[in-house]
Design a protein around this ligand. Sequence first.
Ligand SMILES: NC(=O)c1ccc[n+]([C@@H]2O[C@H](COP(=O)([O-])OP(=O)(O)OC[C@H]3O[C@@H](n4cnc5c(N)ncnc54)[C@H](O)[C@@H]3O)[C@@H](O)[C@H]2O)c1
Ligand SMILES: O=P(O)(O)OC[C@H](O)CO
Length: 315
Amino acid sequence: AVLTDAGTPVTMWGRRAEVVAQLNAGVNEEYLPELRLPGAVRATTDPAEAAAGADVVVLALPAQTLRTNLEAWGHVIPAEAAVVSLMKGVELGTTQRMSQIITEVGGVEAERVVVLSGPNLAREIAAKQPAASVVASRSATMAERVAAACAAPYFRPYTGTDVVGTEIAGAVKNVIALAVGVAEGLGMGDNSKASIITRGLAETMRLGSALGGEEVTFAGLAGVGDLIATCMSPLSRNHSFGVRLGQGMSVEQVVAHTRQTAEGVKSSTAILDLARHHGVDVPIIEQVDAMIRHDRTAAQVAAALLSRPRKAETG
Ligand SMILES: NC(=O)c1ccc[n+]([C@@H]2O[C@H](COP(=O)([O-])OP(=O)(O)OC[C@H]3O[C@@H](n4cnc5c(N)ncnc54)[C@H](O)[C@@H]3O)[C@@H](O)[C@H]2O)c1
Ligand SMILES: O=P(O)(O)OC[C@H](O)CO
């Protein structure tokens, strides 16, 4: 819808014929029933048909499925197209960022990869509520091509060059939103949530910088901007997942309750692995991982974080 409102013709790909038929009728009952897609949006179950002649190919999949998808149909991506990642996750096992998988498995040169990230909760975007975002690429030309393609009256993209920082900020904020949700589920207030958000930003900056990201990115839309939106909004799937954990549901119970993707649940483990590999201290991410993989309770992880040795804020 954003692309179409920006004047860019769109063909979507979907796996299920019944969903594609709905999209061609302008609705997606299962995911965003309140959205009416512009009539110009077309959909198909054939990835080659969707990608044919495209200047821009946008990849919006659950992060852990990107590799298998690209293995199946990555070859249909046109050789000159900008390839945009909307995904905010890190791959389990390999600890690869999405742009790395696009390059490695999709065979797309790094210069053609563009990462879009920012405070962009789907339901608000669908309602055409104004929002800004970052499109980052090694190539200023590719970033500008994508910004021009998605600049709609209510959607304002800023260009950037920091692919690593933008991706790390987008992935880590989901894990911090889980932690904030847990605090809310435990009945904690805004001081607690603001403290987790701020210390979560410190973890994001430490890890992102260790991987080559730029500090200015973490202070921007993909960093602080998305952290605030995701950690504070009941529309965030990660936040809501955390609230249910904090209220005492098990991970399995919350998963059974959640139809859409909460990226932080799986990515927390991959991000923790990445941090350990680079010797970066990430206590909040560590505790989220402990809840998800090791059945630690919300009360236990809260106590663990609050009983850490005191330290300098900038340490
Ligand atoms: N929704 C948002 O607010 C939002 C905003 C910005 C970025 N993102 C990111 O975009 C990515 C996707 O999120 P989403 O909100 O679209 O998730 P979603 O769960 O709402 O939708 C995922 C889509 O992928 C499809 N899908 C699931 N498994 C698949 C597979 N194995 N192969 C192919 N398709 C599959 C689903 O049918 C669905 O259409 C995530 O990384 C998320 O962090 C989401
Ligand atoms: O619903 P969430 O938690 O996946 O968050 C959505 C977007 O990433 C917010 O920018």
